[in-house]
Design a protein around this ligand. Structure first.
Ligand SMILES: [Zn+2]
Length: 482
């Protein structure tokens, strides 16, 4: 690979900053700078007291998800470049009532055997996907093979609940699509039909007279225009990032992100359907903001609606709702918090509003914001509200919990307020104290460990879960031993 070296030698850092064009360019840019003490105090004054955790119990069951990806050269050193990608999403169930996790109680040291068992590959959903120069399943192109492989993984028995092929991860994808924004021309409301925006084979764009639909049946499905095979997972539009001869890193990242966010709903809806007591109070814990980016972002609305529907049902049936929490350990908001946390006192919280974000985190000229825009930040991506929280022990976390509305657009009918204001009112998040309890309890481990499941497993018994199969067995067993 001589080109990579050539490129890096062409310029050095000093040359760039002496270049008059670059100097002129920088003089026309506004950048954020670290806050002064006065600004820091002003930030801190916006924080409020969080709800009390007195009498709030830790959730008994926490289900944590952990994704990773890897792109591997199949024949190193040989041309043409031949690559295969892997996405791995592991799920761990932590029973907080049972102590003795991976730390040996007598010695206080981490037990390497228990740790290895937690990271046992066999317990994760491993998604192998074709990259450059790999045509999967006799397909004509890398992209076609990628699409076919992704569909196969969503249908894999590894994802079935109760050994039932009708309860695959693909079935959950259908259910989420049926809960997508009703304003979308691709909305069907039917959990048995997914509408695609265009055919990945012939590029025919769907229109009023030309629907391109995939049904939740086992038979192969075909585009009405070109008769090419189409898949339910085509709706995630990950294939658009797969091009002949190019690395598939971006497509792998999108796959991992989508699966990490769909999986909690796959568990939740199937557990809820089998046993309301088993899903009641369960807390899902994911890495990063509660948002889906890229072409699959539309699915965020399906997740938001499904989460709130299940919880509305649980509350109507007299049960505790389930909970969900996303923890951000990197990103712009986390970096901002690193700069201001010394100004904030212990046990304080801030729901991050749009104006705050645009002024201090993601630069944007607030005066140019459309005053008629009632939704605001994250319209097409976010399904959870970001909070900055300083624990009583003075550790600072950036976390998110799902918005307490089935949809952003419909929230106004419920609250009488614009979504961007209503989302900031703490009393609308009745489970906030529960989530803070989790953060308070695990604060040291969450702070020092990069992996959330590992942090939680330090003190408690953790069971690695297959993404489907054994969930019901374990949840039912849990109920019996309560
Ligand atoms: Zn077609």
């Amino acid at each position: 690979m001589p080109f990579e070296n050539e490129r890096s030698n062409k310029t050095s850092h000093g040359d760039v900053l002496r270049n008059p064009d670059v100097v002129s360019f920088l003089s026309q840019c506004q950048v954020m700078t670290p806050p002064t003490d006065a600004e820091g105090m002003a930030f801190a004054s916006q924080f409020v007291d969080p709800p009390s955790r007195d009498g709030v119990d830790l959730p008994q069951t926490v289900i944590a998800l952990d994704g990773s990806l890897y792109e591997s050269q199949v024949y190193p050193g040989q041309l043409p470049s031949t690559r295969v990608g892997y996405v791995k999403v592991s799920t761990f169930m932590i029973d907080t009532h049972q102590f003795a996790g991976v730390v040996d109680q007598a010695s206080g040291l981490v037990d390497p055997f228990r740790l290895a068992r937690l990271h046992d590959d066999a317990s994760a959903l491993s998604i192998a996907l074709p990259g450059p120069n790999v045509r999967y399943g006799g397909r004509a192109t890398v992209r076609e093979g990628f699409r076919a492989a992704l569909e196969r993984h969503f249908l894999s028995p590894n994802t079935w609940v109760d050994d039932d092929p009708k309860k695959s991860l693909r079935a959950t994808l259908f259910a989420l699509a049926a809960n997508r924004s009703q304003k979308s021309s691709l909305y069907t409301g039917d959990p048995k039909v997914i509408r695609l925006h265009k055919c990945p084979n012939c590029d025919e764009v769907a229109g009023p007279g030309q629907r391109i639909e995939v049904h939740d049946v086992a038979d192969p499905q075909h585009c009405p225009h070109c008769s090419g095979e189409i898949f339910a997972t085509d709706c995630l539009r990950i294939w658009e990032a797969v091009a002949e001869g190019a690395p598939i890193g971006e497509a792998l990242g999108r796959t991992m992100s989508v699966v990490e966010h769909i999986m909690p709903m796959h568990y939740a809806r199937n557990i809820a359907a089998a046993d309301l007591d088993a899903i009641s109070g369960v807390t899902f814990f994911v890495d990063g903001p509660l948002a889906v980016f890229g072409n699959a972002a539309w699915i965020h609305a399906g997740i938001l609606r499904m989460y709130n529907k299940i919880n509305t049902y649980l509350v109507a049936k007299g049960r505790e709702p389930m909970h969900m929490l996303g923890l951000q350990k990197t990103g712009g908001l986390r970096e901002h918090v690193d700069l201001i946390e010394r100004f904030v006192g212990p046990d304080r919280i801030l729901p991050v509003g749009d104006e705050y974000r645009y002024k201090h985190v993601s630069p944007r000229d607030v005066s140019q914001m459309d005053p008629k825009d009632e939704i605001g930040f994250g319209l097409e991506t976010y399904y959870g509200q970001d909070f900055i929280y300083k624990t009583p022990g003075s550790k600072t976390f950036v976390f998110a919990i799902p918005y307490p509305f089935e949809s952003k657009a419909e929230s106004k009918a419920q609250t009488g307020k614009a979504f961007k204001q209503a989302k900031l009112e703490l009393q609308r998040y009745p489970n906030l104290a529960k989530i803070l309890k989790v953060l308070d309890y695990f604060e040291s481990d969450l702070y020092t460990n990069a992996s959330i499941p590992l942090a939680l497993a330090h003190q408690h018994t953790a069971i690695s879960l297959m993404p489907g199969g054994k969930v019901l067995d374990i949840m039912t067993h849990k109920k019996l031993t309560k």
